[in-house]
Structure formats: C-alpha cells, structure tokens
Ligand binder design. Structure first.
Ligand SMILES: Nc1ncnc2c1ncn2[C@@H]1O[C@H](COP(=O)(O)OP(=O)(O)OP(=O)(O)O)[C@@H](O)[C@H]1O
Length: 579
C-alpha cells in the first residue's frame, strides 16, 4: 500500500513539474528576485525548447561577479579619490564659477560631449553674479539681441586632457539642498586630478580667470554696493562692464585733467607705496569732486578707473544701504587696487553731524570748528542726532580710516554742496586733491557740440576695416577658369577696387568738410548759450534731441534757453509752494 502511494507520488511530481505547477527551488528563488521568471522560462521551454533552468547557476554566478566587481571598484575608487587624487570644489555662488564655466564651455571635451547642457548664459544663477557676458554690445546689426549658445557637460563625471594631464570635471545635482533653490543653484561643480599635488588644478583656475578677465580688458567693471536679495547682507554687485570712457570725452580744463592723471599715476607707482610705508604714512589717496549736478563728476571717475584699468566700486551715501554696518562690511570686501566712488557725501546725516546739533549757516566757521572739537572729545563717535540705522559722520570717518579700509585704493568722493561738508571729512589725508566742476562756459559748450557732431576715430576704424574686407574680397582668386574669363574678372575686380578707393577718398574729404562745418556751427551754438547757466548734461540732453541735425540744434538754441529758464522758474515756484 505504502509502496503504491510512493510510486504514485513519484510519478505525480515530475508530471506536475512538467506542467509548471511546482517550480524547482532555483526557479522559485529567481522568481523572488526577478518576478515572472518561471512563467518566462516555461514559455521559452515550450516554444523554443530551451531549458533556461540549466543556465540559472551561470546567471547567478555572473550576477555575483558583477555585484562584487561593483562593490570592489566602488571601494577602490573611493580609496583612490581619498588618497591618490586632488580636487577643488567650486562654489556656485562665487565669481570663480563664472570663470570656470566660461572656460569649460570653450573646451573641445565640452563641445564634443554627447550629453550636455545648452545655455545662452553659463554664468552663475546667484542673482548678484548673474550677468550677460557681453553687457552693452550684444546687439546684432538689426538691433536684436544676439545670444550665442554655449554647451557645458551635463551632470556626471567628464574626463579631459589639460597640459598632458588627465583631469575630471564633475558636475552634480545636490538633491538634499533646500528645494526652494532653482536646480541650477543646487549644482555642485568640482575639478579633480590624479596625484596628491593639486598644482595643475590651480594652474587651470588661474588660466580660466585670466581668459575671463581678458574679455573685460577694454571695459570698466562697475560694482555697486547693495544688499543681497531679501537679506540685509551687503555685497558688491557687478552691475555692468562698460567700454572704458576715454578721458578726452570728459570736458574739463586740460591742466586739471593732467594734474589728476599725474597724481594718480604717481600714487599707483610701486615705489610710492614703499615711500609711504617707509615713513609710516597710510598709503591711500582721496579726491573730492564737487560741483552742480550733471557737470561730469561721475563721468570723470569712470574715465579715471578705465584709464588705470581698475574696477570701480560705487556707493551712494544717500541710499538705504549706506549705514555704518553695511559700509564697513563693503569696505572690508574691497580689493587692494580699485577706485571707490562715494557719491553724495553731502547727504543728510553727514553734513553737521559731529557736533550733535545742526549748525546753522549763520554760524561762523570758527564757532563750528570749536563746537565740533568739544563734542568729539566729549561724546566720541556717536555724538550726533543721526537717526538710528543711518550713517553718521564719525561712522564714515571710522570706516575711511579704519582697518577695514584697504590701503592702495583710490577714493573719490563727490558732492553737489561742498559748503555743507564737515572740515574733518575733507581734511588732507582724507581728501588730497579737490576738483571743481562748473556749469558750462563758452568753450565747454562748443566742445560738447563738437563731441556730439564731429566724426569720431571709431567711425574711421569701422569704415577702414569694412574697406579692408572688401579689398581682400576683390583680390583675384587662383582658379582653373580660362585665361580670358580670368582676365575679364580681374579687370572687373580692379575696377571695383578703384571705385572703393575713390569712395574712400570722397569719404575722407567729406569728413573733413563736415568737421570744418561742425567747428563753425559749434562756435555759433556757443554764442547762443549763456555761459555758466546750464550744466553739460543739460546741453548734451538738448543736442541729443537733434543728434543728426547740427543746423537744427543751432537754430533752436535760443528757444531752448528760454524754455529751460521758464521750466526752472516753474519748478522753483512749485518747490517754494511745497516748502
Ligand atoms: N564735463 C563733462 N564732459 C562730458 N560730458 C559731461 C560732462 N558733464 C556732464 N556730462 C554728461 O552729462 C551726463 C551726466 O554727467 P555725470 O553723471 O558725470 O554728472 P555728475 O556731475 O556726476 O552729476 P550728479 O552730481 O547728478 O551725479 C553724462 O552723460 C555725461 O556724459
């Protein structure tokens, strides 16, 4: 009976297996790892007559090998990375990010990368670093914005050769970082090399910086003191890179300009620095530019920065940013060699502050000085009625003289009201040279007129280069055409070249005639504008309204004078009523 049961079971099991009702143990195991494997294997056996179960051990061994290989290689690479490689992380909120990405975008490994991120701008998305690469000249001939496409390698590791060394550019997305940040802000970028000495990475970063800076060589980089986004942390925001303004375009007494340039040149000379330090004198120099609005104070500061190839850092003391705390943080961040432009230093809170009481205009200068001295000794730095959060004079002086102020910088202060300034602010040592700006006299008016209408050197360069291209194009090409056709073409091209030359000569003659006409009209215009009444900015504004028609500008000059006087009167009356 028992035998009968055993034999019947023995017969039943294989038939059940064959029917795929009970999977063999390996298949059951695989089913757990790869769901549906048994069904697939049955189907293969039934239709293709291949028993996949025979390959199970092989598949399992291969999987084990792959798993182990991965595990070992992970350990191996993490050990290599830790002990045999050097790397540099690049923060996305640092200007270095812009340098590196611009450099990477120009490399072949980046251009040839199969998977890349396409961008019209590779700069950092941190708002205070973001800027268009070509700030003021990215327009095409039709005036449309021309945005070039840049390709940078996508997230992951990218190998490339640099000066014969294999380097790795790594770009990751940090998913753990705050999600309110944009994806591009959560990015992590690093450069690595094999070996424990990271010198090659530093070389690369220096090169990237140099290439980036070279683009801005003919430009004046302008930074403005501001507070970051919603927070109150002050920072220098790069606002633009402007083509440097030539000194000659700022209309000012030539001697004053020359003296200013000579003074700054001497100050920036390395020997002068040593001279100062040998004598224990703080190495800094201050300039005060004063005069009515629109007379060229800011223009001169920008021209000066451009002339000496320095960055200019601008803070308006009348802005909300300008409190003592913010200003001292901004000054602490200044580079060693730069121009700092403090605008509107006659701003409220700085005019009569040290004495604690607002001095009236009737007070004699001596009275004021003695009052100031007394209050300074008695009350120290916070002895004024400056509202909290505003900049006080003593606060500003502390910043200008204090440890935060970098030695080697050129400090320019501008004001519309020199008479309101505390003597302490403009004493020698803080202000070493004063330049007065005035409303336009006859000579200045004529110069502004000439500057607007005279054909400029830049115009010549453009036409010359155009001409050069055309002449180049018209050179005979080597070809296999018949000599008769080639000769005819040559004659035609030479004829064209001769026409171009004639056009150029006509252009030069026309330009000379125009210049003479502009000079004559400038004198006429200057006769019609009363001296010392209008600022250069006002005159320039009027001329720009007629920028293609100097004759009309001269014709309408008298009417403009009358109109501007009337407007001023009305404004004066309105102000009087409000006051
Ligand atoms: N002396 C000048 N030479 C050439 N351009 C001038 C001169 N003065 C003013 N301008 C022109 O007038 C405009 C305003 O000039 P700018 O901003 O330099 O004046 P400002 O004295 O700094 O005025 P504010 O005191 O209001 O800041 C500029 O476009 C500038 O080109």
């Amino acid at each position: 009976m028992a035998e009968a049961i055993t034999s019947s079971l023995g017969a039943a099991i294989p038939s059940a297996t064959a029917g795929a009702a009970i999977p063999v143990p390996q298949t059951a195991l695989l089913d757990m790892v790869v769901p549906g494997f048994s069904v697939f294997s049955d189907a293969v056996q039934r239709y293709l007559h291949v028993d996949l179960n025979l390959y199970i051990p092989m598949i399992m061994v291969a999987s084990g090998v792959v798993f182990c290989w991965r595990w070992i290689s992970e350990i191996f690479w993490s050990t290599v990375r830790s002990y045999c490689m050097s790397s540099v992380d690049i923060r996305t909120d640092d200007e270095l990010y812009n340098y590196v990405m611009a450099w990477v975008a120009a490399q072949t490994f980046s251009k040839d990368s199969r998977r890349s991120i396409a961008n019209t701008n590779v700069n950092s998305r941190s708002w205070y670093l973001f800027r268009w690469d070509r700030d003021d000249d990215d327009l095409d001939g039709t005036g449309r914005k021309k945005k070039e496409l840049a390709y940078t390698p996508t997230f992951g590791s990218h190998y490339f050769w640099y000066r014969g060394r294999l380097l790795i550019f790594r770009r990751n997305q940090n998913r753990e970082q705050a999600t309110f940040l944009a994806v591009s802000e959560r990015e992590e970028v690093s450069l690595s090399c094999y070996g424990r000495n990271p010198w090659i990475l530093k070389e690369l970063l220096l090169e990237a910086r140099e290439v980036y800076m070279k683009k801005d060589e003919s430009k004046t980089l302008i930074y403005r003191g501001t507070t970051k986004g919603g927070s109150s942390e002050p920072t220098w925001q790069r606002c633009m890179a402007r083509t440097s303004r030539p000194f000659s375009t700022v209309i000012l007494n030539e001697k004053v300009k020359k003296d200013l340039i000579d003074d700054v040149t001497d100050y920036l000379n390395p020997a002068t620095r040593r001279w100062y330090s040998n004598r224990g004198i703080p190495y800094r120099r201050g300039y005060l530019l004063y005069g009515p609005p629109g007379t060229g104070k800011s223009s001169l500061s920008l021209a000066l920065a451009g002339f000496f190839k320095m960055r200019i850092y601008i803070v308006s003391l009348s802005s909300v940013t300008a409190n003592e705390e913010n200003l001292s943080s901004l000054f602490a961040e200044l580079p060693r060699r730069c121009v700092v432009l403090l605008e509107d230093i006659d701003t409220a809170g700085l005019t009569h502050t040290r004495e604690g009481t607002a001095a009236t205009d009737d007070d004699s200068a001596e009275d004021q000085t003695s009052k100031k001295k007394k209050t300074r000794t008695a009350t120290g730095t916070n002895a004024n009625n400056t509202p909290p959060g505003r900049l006080s004079l003593s606060g500003l002086l502390n910043i200008l003289d204090g440890v935060a102020s970098q030695e080697g910088r050129v400090l320019i202060m501008t004001t519309n009201h020199i008479e309101k300034l505390d003597k302490a602010l403009i004493r020698p040592g803080r202000v070493d040279m004063t330049v007065k700006f005035d409303r336009s006299d006859r000579e200045m008016t004529a110069a502004i007129f000439r500057a607007i209408y005279a054909p400029l050197e830049g115009d010549d360069v453009a036409s010359h280069s155009e001409l050069a291209v055309k002449v180049k194009e018209s050179r005979p090409l080597i070809s296999f055409k018949s000599s008769a056709t080639a000769a005819a073409e040559l004659v035609e091209k030479e004829k064209k070249a001769a026409e171009e030359r004639k056009k150029e000569e006509d252009g030069v003659r026309e330009k000379k005639e125009n210049l003479a006409k502009v000079v004559r009209l400038a004198e006429e215009f200057a006769d019609r504008i009363p001296a010392h009444e209008f600022s250069p900015a006002e005159i320039q504004g009027y001329l720009l309204k007629n920028k293609r028609d100097p004759g009309a500008a001269v014709g309408g000059a008298e009417a403009w004078v009358v109109e501007t006087r009337r407007e001023r009167e009305e404004e004066g009356q309105e102000e009087g009523e409000e006051g």
